[in-house]
Design a protein around this ligand. Structure first.
Ligand SMILES: *[C@@H]1O[C@H](CO)[C@@H](O)[C@H](O)[C@H]1NC(C)=O
Ligand SMILES: *[C@@H]1O[C@H](CO)[C@@H](O)[C@H](O)[C@H]1NC(C)=O
Ligand SMILES: *[C@@H]1O[C@H](CO)[C@@H](O)[C@H](O)[C@H]1NC(C)=O
Ligand SMILES: *[C@@H]1O[C@H](CO)[C@@H](O)[C@H](O)[C@H]1NC(C)=O
Ligand SMILES: *[C@@H]1O[C@H](CO)[C@@H](O)[C@H](O)[C@H]1NC(C)=O
Ligand SMILES: *[C@@H]1O[C@H](CO)[C@@H](O)[C@H](O)[C@H]1NC(C)=O
Length: 497
């Protein structure tokens, strides 16, 4: 057991040794990009690879939705600033006593700063707690939780270094005139919002808002498409002396007007989430995502603010990588927000600044190059049996790419079944008994991908049957030992240089 561990460690040093120089060059070449790193994936990338991916692409800030130990440790001494989130289901406990908040801050903030050198700058209390669809579920607990966390951070001696905020959905404000200048808080939560923003301002904390032009377009078939893409020059929205060519600025300025109207015109604002998905919706595709995200990146890199607030806000891209275990309640697109696929491979070219192209994750280990597909010899005597098999596979694996107008939406019935079988097989780490669909399936080494439809191979998370077990033959033990020695030598030579 210990031996495979050591070999992994040696590989780690070997890779650092190989790429260390190259990484030094990349450092400091970019301004400062920020993104969300979500973890709701059946096959998450190892945190150390994600941190390298962030640095390689010029990200200097990252937002986590929870205080994940693996991520927070890997971010230690990385030079990346961290916003760490508190999920909504923890609010009640944190609101009920300042003791609970102190324990949370001790374990999930102070601990990582002092032991791992993680540069935590912000704690995001709750996530979109006042979404209309949550009804009033978190209306009572959000503000007390915020107050308790703020008090606990001050008590821990981190008041200057670590700020608190609440990432809010854009439906906490609205405009009755249809223009940004008419902005004000939603009436049912107006008093609460005023109290929260006053508290944040008094403590020198920023306000965080999530803005989704994609959702504006997706929700309304009559929404002017160019307006979602920063380019409605032909038919802009005119608000007094200001001309809005895009919904992103108009939405942001509706918030700024709201804040001004309520006496908070100076509070710093962060855009906590903004992005475009690549799949799972007629508007969610590679072309649209590339168009939106490149225009967004250009604005960020040029330091562009909105008409009402010229100072650019920090903008956290949503999202870094796809997450195949997210709820699809908002829609199939929910699992496809990444600028990278789940494995850190590139979806589409992006200029990350000064002509620097986006670069893929390095050092990713995959399962074997094999897929589970419908057997060529299989005859569908009973269509119900096939339908049941597909539905079983899709109950446990992500089939959102099979939907209408999605990347695998045009497959014929056999390929469609193959896609579902393969997703299940991969999600189950290519376990032998996971490619047995009523004798309709078989394993192949020929890549069944076609057109826009990518038949994935999952990454190796150490759970497949061929994973090194503790019960090794003596021959393989000797092999491991030799490999360890060779790698050890490489490390020593590397170290000398
Ligand atoms: C996927 O999400 C469900 C609930 O949201 C959770 O119970 C399950 O453990 C998750 N699976 C993986 C592999 O993370
Ligand atoms: C943070 O700290 C609390 C202790 O109050 C602990 O129960 C919790 O699981 C920790 N982790 C996360 C991810 O919040
Ligand atoms: C904006 O739209 C015009 C046509 O209205 C088009 O010519 C131009 O290429 C577009 N620019 C971008 C950046 O999309
Ligand atoms: C493909 O599979 C999906 C998901 O099970 C299903 O909704 C769709 O109808 C299937 N399409 C065809 C052509 O079989
Ligand atoms: C699969 O095939 C085997 C042998 O050809 C047969 O014994 C078995 O009953 C079949 N299973 C199903 C579910 O059709
Ligand atoms: C190790 O492998 C042998 C045969 O390959 C088997 O008999 C034995 O039960 C295995 N031991 C463990 C602990 O898995």
């Amino acid at each position: 057991m210990g031996q495979t561990h050591k070999i992994h460690l040696l590989w780690f040093f070997f890779i650092i040794c190989l790429f260390g120089y190259d990484q030094g060059l990349a450092k400091g070449a970019f301004g400062g990009l920020a993104c969300n790193w979500g973890l709701q994936s059946t096959h998450p990338l190892p945190p150390s690879i994600v941190v390298k991916l962030l640095k390689d692409n010029g990200f200097t800030k990252v937002k986590l939705f929870e205080a994940d130990p693996g991520a927070l440790k890997a971010l230690g001494r990385s030079g990346i600033q961290v916003m760490v989130g508190i999920p909504n289901d923890m609010l009640a406990g944190l609101a009920s006593s300042v003791r609970n908040a102190e324990a949370w801050v001790q374990q999930n903030v102070s601990n990582y700063i002092s032991r791992y050198g993680t540069d935590i700058r912000l704690v995001a209390v709750a996530n979109e707690p006042f979404l209309h669809t949550y009804k009033d579920m978190f209306v009572q607990t959000t503000f007390p939780a915020l107050q308790n966390i703020q008090a606990a951070i001050i008590k821990a001696g981190l008041g200057k270094q670590v700020k608190v905020t609440i990432p809010l959905n854009a439906d906490v404000y609205q405009t009755d005139t249809g223009l940004p200048s008419g902005g004000d808080f939603r009436p049912d939560i107006k008093d609460l919002m005023v109290n929260i923003v006053k508290f944040l301002q008094d403590n020198g904390d920023p306000l965080t808002i999530n803005i989704y032009p994609f959702l504006s377009l997706q929700a309304d078939p009559n929404f002017p498409k160019e307006y979602a893409f920063f380019n409605n020059t032909a038919n802009p929205l005119v608000d007094g002396s200001i001309v809005y060519t895009n919904v992103y600025d108009a939405n942001f300025d509706t918030l700024i007007s709201t804040l001004e109207k309520n006496g908070f015109g100076q509070i710093p604002v962060i855009v906590g989430e903004v992005g475009w998905p690549t799949d799972g919706d007629p508007n969610g595709n590679i072309d649209n995502a590339r168009r939106f995200n490149q225009a967004l990146l250009n604005r960020i890199l040029q330091g562009q603010g909105s008409p009402k607030r010229r100072t650019p806000p920090d903008v956290y891209l949503f999202s870094l990588i796809d997450e195949d275990n997210k709820s699809v309640q908002p829609g199939n697109f929910e699992r496809h927000w990444g600028i990278f696929n789940f494995d850190g491979s590139i979806k589409y070219p992006l200029d990350m600044g000064n002509g620097r192209p986006i670069v893929a994750a390095r050092g990713v280990r995959y399962l074997a190059k094999q897929w589970c597909v419908m057997a060529p010899s299989a005859t569908v005597l009973d269509p119900n049996v096939l339908a049941q098999s597909i539905s079983y596979a899709c109950q446990y694996a992500d089939c959102t790419s099979l939907g209408y107008a999605s990347s695998c939406g045009n497959l014929d019935a056999r390929a469609n079944a193959s896609y579902a079988f393969n997703m299940y097989y991969q999600t189950m780490n290519q376990r032998k008994d996971s490619c047995v669909f009523n004798n309709l399936s078989t394993v192949t080494t020929m890549d069944p991908s076609q057109g826009t439809c990518r038949f994935e191979i999952m990454i190796d998370i150490g759970k497949h049957e061929l994973a090194p077990s503790s019960n090794k033959s003596s021959a393989s033990r000797i092999q491991s030992l030799i490999m360890a020695l060779v790698l050890g030598l490489v490390v020593v030579i590397c170290g000398v240089h």
